[in-house]
Design a protein around this ligand. Structure first.
Ligand code: SF4
Length: 349
């Protein structure tokens, strides 16, 4: 196994839009490492690796604390290959100098900070539990220890006007970051906003906000390499690229997803064995969201079981290009990104 995702399902509160599996932190968060070891052993892994990429996501992995991360590194749960990428997601309020210095010493190579907005009133509405000042300080502290530090933003948050969104993007760019993720807000029924009947953002306004992000960030040298992700060349997240290239990965922790051969394990621990054809379809079509373009012949060479789709897919891809949804290299255009799900459905019909 070359790619491992570790999920840390605890947070200090609940963001209003959050539909992820997450609860209050345990009394001793560092002890969660034992749960991960136990789960790995139960699933037949004594040590995972050598890994090309490790991603610690959440939840709030930082609640593990310095001692917890040292314990994680020394636990024998995983080994890292030479030049491995190790990403840790950080909540701004949890970033401290000792923590990021410890992470750097342990071999963490990338940090991803959930900033979401550059306006305190918006952060309060979202119940983010940090201020803009804290986010800016967190970014500065994190970059001093680990220069490959990026941020997440959310497009379409309620109360954010188009002018404020333009300012948000400008502010993000002024930080000269290597990586920015821009997620379009969706109101999931199980989130606080979903349960209280918050209406979904206007689809046209949301598309405009995402398109503006694409234009602004691309013009500043942050290439849109996937639907929601922008990076300076060479600083894309290799862990996520493996997933979008349809590669295998192991997920450990409550809420972690795994994809191992034809096995798909959801965050609820439900395992499903896909047919070889469904497995190949799922892996092949995730490539459609990448800016590197969908190479039909390479895909069919990799998944010979999909050969019967050749003619149909070639025709549909021609149609998508004719409608300006794909470029000549079969990468989504700006409009193509907006209708990616519909394109995927068309290919599956
Ligand atoms: S920090 Fe992330 S996982 Fe935790 S409540 Fe907020 S969105 Fe959910």
């Amino acid at each position: 196994m070359k790619h491992l995702y570790l999920h840390f399902p605890f947070c200090t509160g609940r963001c209003a839009y959050c539909a992820f599996l997450s609860g209050p932190p345990p009394a001793a968060p560092a002890a969660y490492v034992d749960d991960l070891l136990h789960e790995a052993a139960e699933r037949g892994f004594s040590s995972v690796g050598p890994l090309d990429s490790l991603y610690c996501g959440g939840g709030t992995p930082a609640l593990l604390g310095e001692r917890g991360f040292v314990r994680l590194r020394e636990s024998g749960l995983f080994s890292l290959a030479e030049g491995a990428e190790w990403t840790v997601e950080l909540h701004p309020a949890a970033v401290t100098e000792p923590l990021v210095r410890t992470l750097a010493d342990l071999g963490v190579t990338r940090l991803s900070i959930g900033v979401q907005a550059f306006d305190d009133a918006t952060l309060v509405r979202c119940n983010r539990r940090h201020t803009v000042r804290q986010a800016l300080d967190a970014i500065a502290i994190a970059r001093a220890a680990i220069p490959d530090t990026g941020i997440d933003l959310i497009a379409g948050l309620p109360g954010v006007s188009s002018t404020e969104w333009t300012q948000t993007l400008r502010r993000a760019l002024s930080l000269d970051l290597p990586h920015i993720s821009v997620y379009a807000l969706s109101i999931e029924p199980e989130s606080t906003w979903g349960r209280t009947g918050m209406s979904t953002p206007d689809p046209d306004a949301l598309c405009d906000a995402v398109a503006e992000a694409a234009d602004t960030l691309s013009a500043a040298g942050l290439r849109r390499y996937e639907t929601s992700n922008y990076a300076r060349p060479g600083l894309e997240c290799r862990h996520n690229l493996n997933t979008w290239h349809g590669g295998d990965y192991l997920g450990l922790g409550r809420g972690a997803v795994s994809r191992l051969g034809c096995l798909r394990r959801t965050g609820d621990g439900i395992e499903e064995t896909l047919s070889p054809e469904d497995d190949a379809l799922e892996r092949a079509l995730t490539g459609l969201r990448l800016a590197e373009g969908f190479d039909l012949e390479a895909t069919l060479a990799r998944f010979p079981i999909l050969a019967p789709y050749r003619e149909r897919w070639a025709k549909r891809l021609d149609d998508f290009r004719a409608h300006d949804l794909l470029t000549a290299d079969n990468a989504p255009t700006r409009r193509g990104y907006e209708v990616l799900d519909a394109m995927e459905r068309e290919l599956l019909r």
